[in-house]
Design a protein. Structure first.
Length: 266
């Protein structure tokens, strides 16, 4: 059997509650080994520049953030004479460039302000109203959830693509999840047409049981460990982006619609 490496890496991100990771913030012996191997690679690329090696060596848990897949170009670029890697905190943006907290001014013609986005605030700033006048964001109350990442109670026939907990950290592609979601949605619509049903609304208990399992799964992964602080966690400390299980499992769960998961509406 041949096992693609990215899916095979998933067990290396599982939390071992008995493991002491105080040395390198690892969450298991296997996670520690992964970090060791990756640091060896960094040392091989930057052994001629100890100061740069210190800057690029991560101190966080392996799997708490996405990996940089480098074919050597990243390292080569950072070592160019016209490139400076600055890891000092930025104090302010001036009319001439960036001023760091140590008082150094880095002059710039252009600034790429890549601070990310509101990853946990799904579908904002849109207002979406469902059955009985329920507001989607009020129902979520700061914690976005959906059954299979696709449907939410009180919002019949509303489908999410790349919805809650359909993001991936290390073992796959967002495109894969989108394909699974599109397949499930097409099966859903096909069921409506074949059975002359106006709408389906996912049952609250089905939705809630699913999300309890998702939360438990994420808490046992590196990105959800109690010791880890990253953008994957919302202000409540919950992971609303990531899928914690195998790609095969999501494929299996989205192959066909299970009518018993839903309430039929006229």
């Amino acid at each position: 059997m041949f096992w693609r490496s990215h899916e095979g890496l998933l067990p290396r991100l599982e939390v071992d509650p008995e493991w002491d990771g105080s040395e390198d913030n690892s969450v298991s012996a296997s996670n520690h080994e992964l970090g060791f191997m990756l640091r060896l690679y960094l040392e091989s690329e930057f052994n001629d520049d100890p100061e740069l090696l210190e800057k690029v060596t991560p101190r966080y848990t392996m799997g708490a953030k996405r990996f940089v897949i480098d074919d050597g170009l990243w390292a080569t670029t950072l070592k160019r004479p016209d490139v400076t890697l600055c890891t000092d905190p930025i104090a302010e943006i001036t009319e001439n460039g960036l001023l760091t907290e140590d008082g150094t001014l880095y002059e710039a013609d252009a600034i790429i302000y890549g601070t990310g986005f509101k990853a946990s605030e799904f579908l904002t700033p849109m207002k979406i109203v469902g059955r009985g006048g329920v507001d989607l964001h009020e129902q979520w109350d700061g914690v976005a959830q959906a059954y299979l990442g696709i449907v939410s109670p009180n919002f019949p026939n509303l489908f999410f693509m790349y919805g809650p907990n359909t993001n991936i950290v290390i073992n796959g592609s967002i495109i894969y999840f989108s394909e699974c979601e599109a397949h499930y949605i097409s099966r859903y619509i096909q069921y409506l047409l074949e059975h002359d049903i106006t709408a389906l609304d996912v049952k609250r208990e089905i939705h809630d049981e699913y999300n309890v399992r998702i939360d438990e799964g994420n808490s046992q992964m590196a990105w959800g460990a109690s010791s880890v602080n990253s953008w994957y966690k919302n202000p409540h400390g919950k992971i609303t982006q990531n899928w914690p299980f195998s790609l095969l499992e999501y494929w299996q769960q989205t192959r066909e619609i299970n009518p018993s998961d839903y309430i039929e509406l006229e």
